[in-house]
Ligand binder design. Structure first.
Ligand code: SF4
Length: 233
């Protein structure tokens, strides 16, 4: 049995396949606690592989996207093999990369959590400014070193050998460490995504900041969560 939050049909909103009709299998739960996580994935129902396959086969799309939460907590090689054989569809996974991917998955998008992550909101910007004023230079450097060490530790958590796409939510962090990740090579498409927040003015500021960063470093491509702009589920 595998714990499923929802199975639904929609357009892929992010990355190279944006706009492509796909069946989404959202698994329940995640082993990370990212402060900017905007996915409701905790609720779930235990389903058999037959139940899952039956639900996926209701839709004609040629891609199934395993997402979450963190799908790698729930899947194995046998499940992927069965899903492909029974539905005739290609299988993609969206993962934080902390578990090895089962073989036979056709496309891997890794969204790693590397480095210091603070959602860019007005309140956080003020908090950072206050913190900077309060810190002596030595303390600030020590804090930065600690943050970099945390980033290295998180990078070491990555168990996926190769990412077809790397998706990074822009929270103002140093972007250079992403290019040194072991799952990134010259074929990996690097996507930078504005951090979504409900406040429209802040969301616009975040989008503009991310556009500026992509223009300044063309190794990145902007990913915009198409489904939010189109207001589709
Ligand atoms: S890894 Fe992804 S799903 Fe998990 S908490 Fe972070 S943003 Fe949310």
């Amino acid at each position: 049995m595998r714990k499923i939050n929802e199975i639904f049909y929609s357009l892929q909103g992010e990355g190279a396949h944006a706009g492509h009709p796909s069946v989404f299998v959202r698994f329940s739960g995640c082993n990370k606690r990212c402060p900017f996580c905007d996915t409701r994935h905790e609720e779930g129902t235990l389903m058999t592989d037959d139940d899952i396959i039956r639900a996926v086969k209701l839709y004609q799309a040629d891609w199934v996207i395993l997402t979450g939460g963190e799908p790698s907590l729930w899947i194995d090689s046998e499940f992927v093999r069965l899903l492909k054989k029974a539905t005739g569809k290609k299988v993609a996974i969206e993962t934080n990369g902390t578990n090895p991917r089962p073989p036979a998955i056709d496309r891997v998008t890794v969204a790693p959590q590397v480095g210091k992550h603070t959602p860019p909101t007005e309140a956080n910007n003020e908090a950072k400014a206050t913190e900077a004023k309060a810190n002596h230079a030595g303390e600030a450097q020590a804090a930065e070193a600690k943050a970099n060490h945390a980033g290295e530790a998180q990078a070491a958590e990555l168990k996926v050998a190769h990412a077809d796409e790397l998706k990074v939510v822009d929270v103002g962090q140093d972007l250079e460490p992403y290019f040194a990740l072991p799952c990134v090579d010259e074929t990996t498409k690097m996507y930078l995504q504005p951090c979504y927040v409900p406040d429209e003015a802040q969301a616009l500021a975040n989008r503009n900041a991310t556009v500026r960063r992509v223009l300044a470093d063309p190794r990145w491509t902007l990913s915009v969560q198409l489904h939010r702009f189109l207001q589709i589920p």
